[in-house]
Structures are given as structure tokens and as C-alpha cells.
Design a binder for this molecule. Structure first.
Ligand SMILES: Nc1nc2c(ncn2[C@@H]2O[C@H](COP(=O)(O)O[C@H]3[C@@H](O)[C@H](n4cnc5c(=O)[nH]c(N)nc54)O[C@@H]3COP(=O)(O)O)[C@@H](O)[C@H]2O)c(=O)[nH]1
Length: 779
């Protein structure tokens, strides 16, 4: 721009210079013409009037040329000089215009020049400032043209000067206009330059910012820890950063321009990928999705990705951007958490929460299609015994195997869940009728009964199952669960390895069970429990030698309730532990009270429940009771059932051993109904066998029972154990027992259980007159 301006100025100056020369040339030509005709006129006038003084003629000629004034302009003049170079006339006159001084012809150098010119015919001289002094043509402050011509035939000369001021008047005007234009142009171009400069500067800044932004973006993309990649609308990769290389395993070179490698991507993922692509290229931004994808190695991993469309300048979608991160670790934790929340850790089966969910779905389907749903409550028989005797590892393995067997045999739509321990729940859905349930129950039984081999132990397992039905037995999970539980209870009660469908009778019993359980909580604290005492007779002497403490519950509304009714409830709820403790203390205290009242020393027999061994600390309680009451240990006998001894756990073994070490006697209650193992009789140093009343009460009429009773008595004698028969209801039985050599007897025939005071009176009576056993034998 500057160069252009300089060029423009130079050109303008040149053009002006040329213009000036043109003006000067025109003025010179015109001056020559005028001077020529002046000289001619004057020569002619001199010729016409030879008589007249030439100076007069020449003066008159010059003064009578008014039109010359216009030609000379404001600053020029014409003059006639004589041969001695003196001005004889001048127009305009010097007096009128003293400023228009003639050049000094006294300068000999100038005069010589002029003479040369005159001898050459005519002469003109431009007077540039540089020559002014040398030529001595100073005719004022202005530059001037000076022309001189000799008048023909004389030595007079006509002189004409034209001021540059006058003849360059038009040129000056043009020059000023040009200068103004150039100036204007310069100003405009300056403004334009400034504006252009400014625009250029902002454009440069924008470009720099753009370049910086681009560089920054590239740095961010390349160093980002997130996989960033773009694809065109067809799905071909158009950009692929290092984190994407690291994440997927394919290099940029391998994927650019290609569809994301799908080797060997499962069809479902391809479909899912395509569906996502179609959504994004339709303009949707998908901010946060979690999908599974494959690495180059084929390994699956979890990806969290955001997808956004990429648009051209005109807004057309040309592809899409994916920003993704590997979230496998988090997803694994989530899956683990979900697993723990909805699965049983040991077996992997759904837990109760998931089962309830599936149950709700089954109910919804059943409602729609008028179907039934069955809830099976399954409990493994004797699992506790297996667990305790073979160890928890075997127990766990057994539970897993049961879970596997149950799962294998079920339909997809059914759900099996472990509730904890050895309890399982099964939801059978979409049942057209109840007849569809029995085959499932048989299948379960058959599958579970297949022998199992664990650590060299062959086990066979069975289960008890309670069944409740939707909608017949209830409409919600909790109701059906309660009813299935009730039915299960009945199945177990019926001897295990059974299945029972819930019926309303069960419900009544279950309600009763609940009522009793709630009442029992209060019974102890309100003093509603009491002990009755049934005497035990020596079959040889007829004397009362012992007493069995039998628990009673004096219910405020129902009166006396049998332990046969409430002890199982107390065992179920664990209340048997505090109740049993109370019984031991009460029985010991009563025995001491009778001793202090003068009754003969009687062996006090107290029943113990298996639950007291499992959950309580019987040995400590017994020791404490003996200490507190002062009863001699040998006057206390604890009646254990075979099931207690069969538990065979460290806890039970230790407990029984410690009791035995106290000096307390042990008897086996209900002997003959269980396993009747001789091993535990020896192991626990049992003192007495109590023959179960089921063998005793029709002993006289049932030869089988008679044979069993006789065998028990003989075996006990052989082992040095005493025997007592319970449930003696008639003299005949008593006579047979005596004949068989049984040591003791107890039963309604001899005496019913009595409250403490009545019992004391009875003992006193029999102390005075023992039961006549001889008379019985004569019956
Ligand atoms: N864990 C505990 N169990 C206890 C306790 N007190 C009793 N029980 C057990 O409850 C069951 C029922 O006992 P109960 O109703 O007291 O019945 C006992 C006797 O009354 C009854 N009996 C006695 N003689 C006869 C008879 O000639 N005929 C007949 N039908 N019944 C008779 O037998 C029961 C005594 O049984 P046992 O204990 O096996 O000797 C019962 O199983 C009790 O054990 C307790 O405090 N804790």
C-alpha cells in the first residue's frame, strides 16, 4: 500500500511536471508569436514613418496595443530597448507597476548571451531558479519567460516577459486539484489501510486462535484418558485416539476408514450398535449408555459411552462422535452387589427378595391367564444332624447339590430360592390345575433321594414339603408363605419325607400355635407355669422311690394346658430354654422342700428338651440349681430323649459329660421309639431306660410289645442299667412288668401326676402302706 502510494505520488508529480512543461511550451509559443508580430508591426511602423524619431514611433506602437495587456497577464510586461540596451518604453509603465522590474542588462554575461541570441534571429530563455542569478534575469520573485527580438532593419529590440504565475495559472489549478485528489486518495487509502490492517489483525488473531484451538483439541484428544473416536454415518471410523487404541486394542491405522472391527462380535451387539448409530445420525445425542463390547482379543468388557452427532457447516449430520470409558471394574462390583442383593451366596440361587419379585410376576401372569401358582416350602430332613456330624463343609456341599438337583428338574418359568439353612422355596407358575403339582413333588423326592457321596460318606437325603396355592390359599406372598410353612410343619410332624398341601384345619392349628407362642412369652413372668409330680414305684417293694416333674400351664382362660400341646411351641420358639431352666430350679427346690418336710429321699426326674442342649447351657443351669437348693446330685435324674444323644455334637457330648460329672443320674426317655443305639448308652454312662408307654400300655395284650419290653429289660439288665415302664394303666401290665424283671413303674394305675402338696400326702400314704406288688402278681 505504501509503495503504491509512493508510486501514485511519483506518477502525479511526473504528470504535473509534464503538464507544466506543456503549459510553458504553449506560453512560449504564444509569446514568440506575439513577440514576432510586435517586432513586425514596429518594423513596419518605422518603415512607414521614416521621418519620425524611431523611439517615438516605437513608443507609440507599444502603447497603442491595449490587447497586449491581456496577453501579458497580471505580472508580465513588454518593453523596447535601444541599441545600448536601455529601455525606451514599457507596457505597462514602470510607474504604474514598479514591481515589474526588467532584468538588469548591465550584467555583461547576460548581455553577451542576449547578443548571441539576437544575432541568431530571436531568443527566449526560461528562467529556472537555478539559472536565475547566473543569467541575471531576476525579474521579481517569480519565474518568468523572457523573450527578445530585434526589430528588423534596426538595433532596437522588443522584450517580452511573461510571469510563470500567469501562464501557469491553469496548471496550478490542475495541480491543486490533482494534489487534492492525491491527498484525498492518500487519506482514503490510509483509512482503508487502517481498516484493512485492523481486519487483518483480527483475522490473524482469529486464525491464531483457531490454530491454537485446533492444536489444543488435538492435544486433549490425543492425551485424553477417555477413548474418543468418530465415525461417518455409515459407521466407518474417521478418528481414533490413543486411548481408544488402548481400550479396544486396534491401532488407528487398523481402524481408520473401516467399520469398527466386529470380530467375532455377536449379532446382538452389532444390532445394538447399529440401532445406536441410527439414533445418533437422526440427530439424537445419547449422553450415557452402558454396553458390552469386545476387545481385539475377543475379551468382553463394559463400556460407558456418550454419542453425539457431528454436523457440517451447513448443519448436515456427517457422522458421530463417541466418548467412551472402560467401566468393567465398576460393573463387576455392581454385578457382585446385585448378586449379593438377589442371590444366595452359597448356592447362587435367587434369594427371597428375588423370589418375591418372580412370585409377583407369576401372580400377574396367573391373573391374566386364569392360572394358579404354587409356593412350595421345602425343608431337608435331618440336615442338622448331617451338618453337625459331618461338618459344615459337607453340609454346604450338600446344600449346593440339593440346589443343583432342584434347579435341574424345574421349568424355566419356575423359581427356586434358598431361604437360609436347609430351607428352600419353590414357585411353580402357570399351573392349569393343582394336579400339575404332585408330579413335581414326586420328581423332587426322587431326585433328592439319589444317593450322594461326600468324603467317602454315602448320604441319602429327603425333604418335607409344604404347599400353598394362589389364589386358593391366599393372594399375597406373605400369606402363602405362612400357609406353606404351616403345611411343612405338618409334613414334618407326619414323619418327614412327606409333602402336605395346606388346608384350613392346619390354619386353625397354626393360629393356635401362634396364640400359644404369644401366651407362653407371658406365662413364665406371670407365674402361670406349674409343676405336677407323678410318683415312680419300685416294682419289688411297692414303695415310691422317685418322682417325675411334669410341666403344666395354668392358662387364665383355657385352664390347665398339657405340655404335649405347648412344649413343641416352646421348642419352636426357643422359649423352652428359659422355661426348662425354671423347671430344673423348681424341681430341685421342691425336692429339697419335701426332704425338709420329712419325706423320704426321692429321685427327682426332670425332662430335658434337645433345644435346651442346642441353644442353652444346661450343665451350668443344673450345677447352679443344685448349688442354690442344696439338693444332692444323685437325687436328680435328667430324662434325655434319644434324639438329644444322636445329635452327637461336641456341644451335646460335652454338656452331657459335664452333667454326668456332677453326679446327676441320666435316663433315656421314650426308649424303643428311636434308634435305640447301644453305643450311646455306653458312651454317656446312662443309668436307666424308660420304656416308652406305647409298648407298655397294652403289653398284656400285644405279644409284640411284650417281646420288645422283655428284650429291653433283659438288655438293660445285661448292661447293668435300671428300667422303668411308663404308662402303666392296669394291674395286668404291672404284673407282666414284674414278671419280666422291670425295676420301676409309673402310670395312672399307680398314680396320676399331682400338684406338690397332694403329691406329698400321697407319698406319706404310700410310706405308711407301700403298694402291694405281691397282690398284683397274683392277678
Ligand atoms: N421338655 C419337657 N418336656 C416335658 C416337661 N413336662 C412334660 N413334658 C413332656 O410333655 C409330654 C406330655 O407330658 P404330660 O402331658 O405331662 O404327660 C406325661 C404323663 O402325664 C403321661 N402319663 C403318665 N402315666 C400315664 C398313663 O398311665 N397313661 C397315659 N396315657 N399317660 C400317662 O405321660 C407323660 C410322661 O411322659 P414322659 O416324659 O415320656 O415320661 C411328655 O412327652 C413329657 O415328657 C418338661 O418339663 N420339659
Amino acid at each position: 500500500m505504501v509503495t503504491f502510494n509512493l508510486l501514485l505520488v511519483a506518477l502525479t508529480v511526473c504528470a504535473l511536471q509534464a503538464g507544466r512543461m506543456r503549459f510553458e511550451h504553449s506560453a512560449t509559443v504564444a509569446a514568440q508569436t506575439v513577440l514576432g508580430s510586435l517586432a513586425q508591426n514596429m518594423a513596419h511602423a518605422l518603415n512607414q514613418e521614416p521621418s519620425l524619431e524611431p523611439e517615438r514611433v516605437l513608443t507609440r506602437q507599444l502603447q497603442h496595443l491595449p490587447e497586449l495587456q491581456d496577453f501579458l497577464g497580471g505580472r508580465g510586461y513588454a518593453a523596447v530597448v535601444d541599441p545600448q540596451w536601455r529601455q525606451i518604453v514599457r507596457q505597462p509603465s514602470l510607474s504604474a507597476h514598479p514591481d515589474r522590474t526588467a532584468p538588469s542588462f548591465e550584467n555583461p554575461e547576460l548581455r553577451a548571451l542576449l547578443m548571441d541570441a539576437v544575432s541568431g534571429g530571436h531568443f527566449f530563455q526560461r528562467s529556472p531558479a537555478s539559472h536565475r542569478w547566473s543569467l541575471g534575469m531576476h525579474i521579481g520573485a517569480d519565474e518568468s519567460l523572457l523573450l527578445l527580438r530585434r526589430i528588423e532593419g534596426t538595433d532596437y529590440r522588443v522584450l517580452l516577459t511573461l510571469s510563470a504565475w500567469d501562464y501557469l495559472h491553469d496548471w496550478r489549478h490542475e495541480r491543486n486539484q490533482a494534489a487534492a485528489l492525491v491527498l484525498l486518495f492518500q487519506v482514503v487509502s490510509l483509512i482503508v489501510s487502517v481498516l484493512i490492517h485492523r481486519a487483518w489483525r483480527s483475522q490473524a488473531t482469529a486464525l491464531r486462535a483457531l490454530r491454537f484451538e485446533k492444536g489444543l483439541n488435538q492435544t486433549i484428544v490425543r492425551s485424553a484418558p477417555l477413548a474418543i473416536y468418530t465415525r461417518d454415518t455409515e459407521g466407518r471410523v474417521t478418528a481414533w485416539n490413543p486411548a481408544a487404541e488402548k481400550l479396544f486394542g486396534w491401532t488407528e491405522a487398523e481402524v481408520l476408514g473401516r467399520f469398527l472391527p466386529s470380530v467375532p462380535l455377536a449379532t446382538e451387539y452389532q444390532d445394538e450398535d447399529k440401532a445406536l448409530r441410527l439414533r445418533v445420525i437422526a440427530g439424537e445425542s445419547i449422553p450415557d449408555i452402558e454396553v458390552q463390547r469386545q476387545k481385539v482379543t475377543g475379551e468382553m468388557f463394559d463400556l460407558s459411552a456418550s454419542l453425539s452427532p457431528l454436523r457440517d457447516d451447513d448443519g448436515t449430520i456427517s457422522g458421530f462422535l463417541t466418548i467412551a470409558a472402560d467401566v468393567t471394574a465398576r460393573k463387576q462390583v455392581e454385578r457382585q452387589v446385585e448378586f449379593l442383593a438377589y442371590r444366595d451366596v452359597l448356592t447362587g440361587l435367587p434369594n427371597r427378595s428375588l423370589l418375591q419379585d418372580r412370585f409377583a410376576q407369576a401372580i400377574a401372569r396367573a391373573e391374566r391367564h386364569h392360572r394358579k401358582v404354587a409356593l412350595l416350602f421345602l425343608d431337608l430332613d435331618h440336615f442338622k444332624t448331617i451338618n453337625d456330624s459331618l461338618g459344615h463343609a459337607t453340609g454346604d456341599a450338600l446344600l449346593k447339590e440339593v440346589a443343583r438337583r432342584l434347579s435341574d428338574g424345574m421349568r424355566e418359568s419356575d423359581t427356586i430360592s434358598r431361604q437360609g439353612g436347609d430351607e428352600f422355596l419353590v414357585v411353580l407358575s402357570d399351573l392349569e390345575g393343582t394336579e400339575m403339582i404332585t408330579p413335581v413333588l414326586l420328581k423332587i423326592r426322587e431326585r433328592l433321594q439319589q444317593p450322594l457321596l461326600f468324603d467317602g460318606h454315602e448320604l441319602s437325603i429327603s425333604s418335607s414339603i409344604g404347599v400353598a396355592l394362589y389364589p386358593d390359599d391366599g393372594l399375597d406372598f406373605e400369606t402363602l408363605l405362612k400357609k406353606a410353612d404351616t403345611a411343612l410343619y405338618r409334613a414334618k410332624d407326619a414323619g418327614r419325607n412327606q409333602a402336605r398341601f395346606f388346608d384350613e384345619q392346619m390354619n386353625t392349628e397354626a393360629v393356635d400355635h401362634l396364640r400359644l407362642k404369644n401366651g407362653l412369652h407371658r406365662a413364665l413372668s406371670r407365674g402361670e407355669l406349674e409343676l405336677h409330680y407323678q410318683p415312680q414305684f419300685d416294682l419289688r417293694t411297692g414303695a415310691v422311690i422317685g418322682v417325675e416333674a411334669l410341666l403344666r400351664w395354668r392358662h387364665p382362660e383355657e385352664g390347665l394346658i398339657s405340655p404335649a400341646r405347648f412344649v413343641p411351641v416352646a421348642e419352636d420358639s426357643g422359649l423352652i430354654v428359659p422355661i426348662g431352666e425354671w423347671v430344673i430350679r423348681q424341681a430341685c427346690a421342691q425336692a429339697m422342700a419335701w426332704r425338709q418336710a420329712g419325706l423320704p429321699p426321692l429321685l427327682m426326674a426332670v425332662n430335658l428338651s434337645a433345644v435346651q442342649f442346642r441353644r442353652g447351657d444346661v450343665q451350668t443351669i443344673v450345677a447352679q440349681a443344685l448349688r442354690d437348693t442344696g439338693l444332692a446330685p444323685e437325687l436328680l435324674e435328667l430324662e434325655l430323649t434319644e434324639s438329644i444323644l444322636l445329635q452327637n455334637t461336641e456341644r451335646v457330648l460335652e454338656g452331657v459329660d459335664q452333667i454326668k460329672q456332677l453326679g446327676v443320674k441320666l435316663s433315656i426317655d421314650d426308649f424303643g421309639t428311636g434308634y435305640s443305639s447301644l453305643a450311646y448308652l455306653k458312651r454317656f454312662a446312662v443309668d436307666k431306660l424308660k420304656i416308652d408307654q406305647s409298648f407298655v400300655h397294652d403289653l398284656a395284650r400285644d405279644s409284640d410289645n411284650a417281646a420288645i419290653v422283655r428284650a429291653i429289660i433283659q438288655m438293660a439288665a445285661g448292661l447293668g442299667l435300671r428300667t422303668i415302664a411308663e404308662g402303666v394303666e392296669d394291674a395286668e401290665v404291672l404284673a407282666v412288668l414284674r414278671r419280666f424283671g422291670c425295676d420301676e413303674a409309673q402310670g395312672y394305675f399307680l398314680a396320676r401326676p399331682l400338684p406338690a402338696t397332694e403329691f406329698a400326702e400321697l407319698v406319706k400314704r404310700f410310706e405308711a402302706t407301700p403298694f402291694d406288688m405281691e397282690a398284683i402278681s397274683r392277678v
